[in-house]
Design a protein around this ligand. Structure first.
Ligand SMILES: Nc1ncnc2c1ncn2[C@@H]1O[C@H](COP(=O)(O)OP(=O)(O)OP(=O)(O)O)[C@@H](O)[C@H]1O
Ligand SMILES: [Mg+2]
Length: 362
């Protein structure tokens, strides 16, 4: 177990500044997920911690030790990549023990560690097989096992599940979470899959353009996104965005839509009371909109139904609010006709309001 501290990290490839003055503090035993779209710098950050690339400026500390100039092998990290790259000619046991043999770990100690890892990962019965005789999920378990048998302070995962099919991904995700509970080790995990991020993380770092936009527990990321990027990136289907201008001040705040109608925002917790007439974007998640009226929720808008998508456990109603498209999660048996107009109700205190120009939460 160890803390990880990334301080003022700059990484530049040629003329491309990928990370600039990036700071990240990971506590001992914490599971941090780096979440963001392709190319935002997740792997670059992870590889910087691992020592796999030359950083331009800044420092990396692991377990209170400045490891900025240390070799990867001296950082006591275990890394698992998307492609598991097992040695094809070796058995599972051979794959697990290889690094330990090279490091001249005594035989009985190697056996003890392999037995421990194999039992944790439930691959005891596979030890004599070769990688070609394993399923994708089993191979990835072996790859995780290879990191597990080593004496490491920190586990670094770079999209370890993205080569697996949906069912296996879910299974292994649950296993990984259990593993973290058992080992209590520090983990930094890269993914662009928001469900993985929300389910696994103690805290999620949402990245965009090389910058950590928000670092917070999953619930907070979901409920109080700090800006429109985070709001739109996390959640599926995405948060609904409705554009307008703020009116009514603190007393009776509302969003005036282009057609002149107003969405009441009474109860919304503004960080700062915004000036009258400020262009803003209301963000409401599909499951936060109810089509049956409830007296307590004051926010209301009219939706013209354009499509209903059955999805098994529930359905999605798609429609338009002025020029904006919105989706609403409805019951599987709810019956709405295309073209009809329905009324959406929501609690403003559960919603988000963003500045139209900067995207910052208001
Ligand atoms: N060795 C390199 N040389 C030049 N540019 C690089 C190098 N490695 C990464 N980059 C660039 O740095 C940026 C960040 O890359 P990075 O691999 O960190 O993204 P990522 O968030 O991991 O994306 P993905 O989800 O696709 O893996 C990208 O624009 C990429 O093209
Ligand atoms: Mg990557």
């Amino acid at each position: 177990m160890a803390s990880v501290s990334v301080r003022d990290l700059d990484v530049t490839f040629g003329h491309l500044k990928v990370l600039e003055k990036l700071n990240l503090e990971v506590e001992e035993g914490e599971f941090i997920v780096l979440l963001g779209p392709s190319g935002c710098g997740k792997s670059t950050l992870l590889n910087s911690v691992a020592g796999l690339l030359d950083i331009t400026d800044g420092e990396i500390w692991i377990a209170g030790d400045n490891v900025t100039w240390k070799e990867p092998k001296d950082r006591h990290i275990g890394m698992v990549f998307q492609s598991y790259a097992l040695y094809p000619r070796m058995t599972v046991e051979g794959n697990l023990s290889f690094g330990l043999k090279v490091a001249r770990v005594p035989k009985d100690e190697i056996k003890r560690r392999i037995d421990g890892a194999a039992s944790l990962l439930q691959i005891e019965s596979l030890l004599k097989r070769r990688p070609s005789q394993l399923s994708g999920g089993q191979r990835q378990r072996v790859a995780i096992g290879r990191a597990l048998v080593r004496d490491v302070n920190v586990f670094l995962f770079d999209e370890p599940l993205s080569n697996l099919d949906a069912k296996l991904r879910t299974e292994l995700r649950v296993e990984l979470k259990k593993l973290h509970h058992k080992l209590n080790s520090t983990m930094i995990y890269v993914t662009h899959d928001q469900i993985e991020a929300l389910t696994l993380a103690d805290r999620v770092a949402v990245m965009h353009g090389g910058v950590i936009q928000q670092l917070a527990p999953p619930k907070e990321i979901y409920r109080r996104p700090v800006n429109r990027f985070v709001a739109g990136f996390v959640g599926s289907p995405a948060m609904n965005f409705i554009e307008g201008t703020l009116v009514g001040g603190k007393g009776a705040p509302a969003l005036r839509l282009p057609d002149g109608s107003e969405v009441v925002l009474a109860g919304y917790d503004f960080i700062d009371v915004p000036g009258e007439g400020r262009p803003a974007v209301l963000g409401v998640r599909p499951e936060q909109v109810e089509l049956a009226s409830s007296e307590a929720n004051s926010g209301i808008f009219r939706i013209e139904v354009s499509l209903v998508d059955p999805m098994g456990a529930d359905s999605l109603l798609w429609g338009s609010v002025g020029a904006d498209t919105v989706s609403v999660r409805i019951g599987p048996d709810d019956d709405y006709k295309v073209g009809e107009t329905v009324t959406g109700h929501f609690f403003p205190d559960h919603a988000s309001v963003f500045d139209a120009a900067t995207g910052a939460r208001l």
